[in-house]
Design a binder for this molecule. Structure first.
Ligand SMILES: *Cc1c(COP(=O)(O)O)cnc(C)c1O
Length: 392
């Protein structure tokens, strides 16, 4: 095992070592997190709608916990398929206006399982360079060729589609909103290319589900493109504030996945508490539109506060607002100084983001108030100047 110690030292020397730090929620104020005895404004959570501590969700989970117990005991295809699964999937299909839906244990397993079931050796997956790691891992597991196109570069994608025109199956896959940049995929152009080349289109709405659309259906609905998307995926771990993931599409697609998606077949069903909590969250996501309005308002004001301080901010309206620092060590120092100032904002470093683009990825929640964000932005400006990220 000597090699491991050496490799870990190299990681640490490059300011690239990661470690697990404890955080606990503050139940009365979901916009905060506790680190030890310090209460920090949480600008690194994906709890965009502030649902993770919602009493209706907790109550729904408690009831099912008492009625059905802890674990589900088996894979869904064996005896783990509780009634709460079917109820949730019916509600999901109705919400998304698709024929059918399928729940997975989490987004990582949904992406890796779905891609692994759709393509195999001899096929090709066209995937944005900045797509989530679970998509890249799905492609590797599938053994299909991985044709990565430059971020949002439709000319590059077209060139790759031309090159692989004669492959058996072609899958184009993209995040709807990119997790570390907060920008959107050009979904209209992607849908047009998919048609032109006879490819399948899969969209991951992990950071847009619950946020875009009149009932939080996601960016595809917001743009009226839901019919164009063959495989529509999202998670319950972010906006929904719970855990798990879904895939929506045709009845045939879901029937295929039940037969072929290995993470669904060979893994134990989620505990019924989780599916019950997600059902309660789905009702809130659909009905409480004020959470989306608040989130967009928070995003607008936070972006303009940081922008007027001199930070270069990627334009857009998503709750993800990254400040690119570049250097790994500088990003860590930025994050450390923010923590001393009462703000949890984690440094995101390679390989999560490309080398030389280490950043603080601020993410907002509907529960953050204007005052909290204004105060945070002025701390961020002061620290940015002290560290030389901003010219004074
Ligand atoms: C977080 C994320 C996932 C994984 O979802 P989990 O439910 O957390 O496993 C997949 N895709 C994207 C784009 C994500 O950001």
């Amino acid at each position: 095992m000597n090699w491991m110690e050496k490799e870990l030292e190299l990681l640490a020397d490059a300011s690239l070592e990661r470690s697990l730090r404890e955080c606990s929620p503050v139940s009365e104020s979901p916009g905060y997190t506790m680190r030890g005895d310090r209460k920090l404004l949480n600008l690194s959570s994906n709890d965009y709608l502030g649902l993770s501590q919602h009493p209706a969700i907790i109550e729904a989970m408690r009831e099912v916990l008492l009625a059905e117990g802890a674990g589900s005991g088996a894979s869904r295809l064996v005896t783990g398929n509780r009634v709460s699964y079917s109820r949730l999937e019916e509600a999901l299909a109705e919400w998304q206006n698709r024929e059918a839906a399928l729940v997975f244990a989490n987004g990582y397993m949904a992406n890796s399982g779905v891609i692994g079931s759709l393509v195999s050796r001899g096929d090709v997956v066209f995937s944005d360079q900045l797509n989530h790691a679970s998509i890249a891992d799905g492609v590797i597991l599938s053994r299909a060729e991985h044709a990565r196109y430059r971020h949002n570069d439709m000319e590059h994608l077209r060139a790759l589609l031309d090159k692989h025109r004669d492959r058996r199956r072609k899958l184009i896959v993209t995040d709807a909103v990119f997790s570390m940049d907060g920008d959107q995929a050009p979904l209209r152009e992607l849908a047009a290319l998919k048609r032109e080349y006879g490819a399948m289109l899969m969209v991951d709405e992990a950071h847009s589900g619950g946020i875009y659309g009149k009932r939080g259906e996601g960016l595809c609905h917001e743009l009226g493109l839901q019919e164009e998307v063959d495989i529509h995926m999202g998670t319950f771990s972010k906006s929904f504030g719970v855990y798990g993931a879904y895939v929506c599409g045709s009845r045939m697609l879901i029937r295929w996945l039940v037969n072929k998606a290995r993470p669904l077949i060979y893994s134990t069903a989620l505990p019924p508490t989780i599916t019950a909590g997600v059902s309660a969250a789905l009702a809130l996501v659909q009905d409480e539109h004020w959470r989306r309005e608040r989130l967009f308002a928070a995003g607008r004001s936070f972006r303009s506060l940081l922008g007027s301080s001199g930070f270069k901010i990627i334009a857009g309206d998503s709750p993800i607002v990254p400040v690119i620092v570049g250097d790994n060590d500088a990003a860590l120092r930025f994050s450390g100084a923010l923590e001393s100032a009462g703000i949890a904002a984690v440094a995101i470093r390679p390989p999560t983001v490309p080398a030389g683009t280490a950043r603080i990825r601020f993410s907002l929640s509907a529960v953050h108030t204007d005052k909290e964000l204004t105060d945070a932005a002025s701390q961020i400006r002061i620290i940015g100047q002290q560290l030389g990220v901003l010219s004074p």
